[in-house]
Design a protein around this ligand. Structure first.
Ligand code: IMP
Length: 189
């Protein structure tokens, strides 16, 4: 597997350098799944809520590792446009299909960056009175935090870099890379 690939979009060309391999992601998900299974060992059904779109690959791999009765639902919140900047306003673009009152819920996020998205979404879902609500993020950039929030489980802490792959995009591209890579704009050093 190449550890560098090239991309280009409206904003110019860039190179992607591998940061976390597909193998490392798979191993980490196995370990995380064991932790989630023990936390929810007594659940009658766990509602796994994927935050669209960045978590779609992660949630697919995670639920297949979980030896628990699960239901899958999705919620879409906006925080990024087609730029490398986070907007402060979080809007719900697509709400859950199912009810979560009295249910066990696991929110699955791709990256916790400023924290606004996870903070907003967990606040909203808690107001619906789930029995238990926990959160998992594949990646965490703690140095970027603007609101204090932390996922119950984190796959990998990463530095302040813009990343793509494994479901995560740069202007809707590169979601299909099997690994996590960091984006370096051509011309940057
Ligand atoms: P937050 O609200 O700032 O924590 O942003 C969370 C969302 O921003 C994530 O779910 C991603 O969709 C997006 N995001 C944050 N960092 C990156 C990145 O490095 N690459 C692509 N998307 C990112």
């Amino acid at each position: 597997m190449a550890d560098r690939s090239e991309g280009g979009n409206m904003t110019g060309s860039y190179v992607i350098e591998q940061m976390i391999s597909a193998k490392a992601i798979a191993a980490r998900i196995e370990a995380l799944a064991r932790d989630i299974e023990s936390r929810f060992a007594d659940t009658d059904k766990l509602v796994v809520v994927g935050l669209l779109r960045g978590s779609f690959v992660f949630i697919a791999d995670l639920v297949r590792e979980l030896d628990l009765p699960v239901e899958v639902d999705f919620l879409e919140a906006s925080s990024y446009g087609n730029a490398m900047e986070s907007s402060r306003e979080v809007r719900i673009l697509k709400d859950l299909r199912g009810e979560i009152a009295g249910r066990d819920v696991l929110v699955v996020e791709d990256i916790v960056d400023t924290g606004h998205t996870l903070h907003h979404v967990t606040g909203l879902l808690r107001s619906r009175a789930p029995a238990r609500l926990e959160t998992i993020a594949l990646l965490d950039k703690p140095t970027r935090r603007e609101v204090e929030v932390r996922a119950t489980w984190t796959g990998f802490e990463i530095p302040d870099a813009f990343v793509v792959g494994y479901g995560i995009d740069y202007a809707q591209r590169n979601r299909n890379l099997p690994y996590i890579g960091s984006v370096r704009l051509e011309g940057d050093t």
